[in-house]
Design a protein around this ligand. Structure first.
Ligand code: 3PG
Length: 305
């Protein structure tokens, strides 16, 4: 089988080497397309691929149409909103993700952003310490659980809300379950977003929620830009000069926000939550192993469609 790694944002060389080794040891052919800039290049590369490993690369109807031999796509990462699941299912293609493999990398970025915001982007002006402050986690999946553990190490008080996670799991992690999203936003100095982009969550964080943040609060988004309403964010930041928004997922109106609120917003130039050599290796190797296992005996434990 031919396994194509197609990553607009490349894995580290060590991760690529290890992915290649796993694929070839499994008896398959390895091929790679990195840093491509045109969709055409991806469409050409998938023409004879049986399996595909991607990151945030868009795998839509056009990709499935251009890949008649494709049997499995593995998103080396957690969020699979970049893959058209209906189109995959329609073509009989299995889609998997590699949950948890990037979690620590993203969690460390969250803490880094919390400190960057607390210290006014290291400008030299008087900031605050995150120790003793309240951290609210919206969503309590793998990234969030890692953030909670790190934040507790910093002496933060951590609470969370997640309709899909039992309160017991939070309590076992030393995290206080919060009764509503509104209460989470109203009752924390730092709120960190950890929800996927789904039909239910896209556009779900608007001015009503953001406006509930207490004085001097910081909202951190390392999840997906689509869950926050850009215009509402602009409106609240305009009305509330005390609030900050730090994100690894640039909003559509990033340039306007940066110009108007230079001291109170921060956006990574390119999504970098999972951009560590460790996360690249973990997620890339997990993806390769999942493909080898699937072709060996049909194992599809991480199937999402
Ligand atoms: C994920 O969903 O795992 C993260 O958003 C990582 O995305 P990336 O692979 O594009 O860095």
């Amino acid at each position: 089988m031919k396994v194509l790694v197609a990553t607009e944002k490349p894995f580290s060389p060590k991760a690529v080497e290890e992915i290649r080794r796993r694929i070839e040891d499994g008896g398959h052919t390895f091929s790679i397309l990195e840093k491509y800039t045109a969709k055409e290049d991806l469409l050409k590369a998938v023409a004879d691929a049986d399996a595909l490993i991607v990151r945030s690369d868009i795998v839509d109807e056009a990709v499935f149409a251009a890949a008649p031999s494709l049997k499995i796509v593995v998103r080396a990462g957690a969020g699979y909103d970049n893959i058209d699941l209906a189109a995959a299912t329609g073509k009989g293609v299995i889609v998997e993700n590699t949950p948890g493999q990037n979690a620590n990398a993203v969690a460390e970025l969250v803490i880094g952003m919390a400190i960057l915001a607390a210290r006014n982007k290291f400008s030299g002006s008087t900031g605050f310490e995150i120790s003793g402050k309240r951290l609210g986690l919206q969503g309590f999946g793998q990234v969030s659980r890692h953030v909670a553990a790190l934040a507790k190490g910093f002496g933060m008080e951590v609470s969370a809300i997640d309709p899909y996670c039992p309160a017991k799991v939070m309590e076992e992690a030393g995290v206080t379950p919060c009764e509503s999203v509104e209460a989470l936003y109203a009752g924390n100095d730092i709120v960190s977003i950890h929800i996927p982009a789904t039909k239910e969550t896209v556009g779900s964080i608007g001015k009503d929620l953001i406006g509930k943040l207490p004085k001097g609060a910081v909202l951190i988004n390392t999840a997906r830009k689509e869950v926050v309403v850009d215009d509402d964010l602009l409106e609240v930041l305009e009305q509330r000069p005390d609030l900050k928004y730090f994100a690894d997922v640039k909003p559509g109106n990033a340039a306007v926000l940066e110009e108007k609120f230079a001291d109170r917003v921060f956006f990574t130039p390119k999504k970098s939550g999972a951009q560590t050599k460790e996360a690249n290796l973990n997620a890339g190797v997990a993806a390769a192993n999942q493909i080898v296992a699937f072709f060996a005996d049909g194992t599809d434990r991480f199937r999402v469609n």
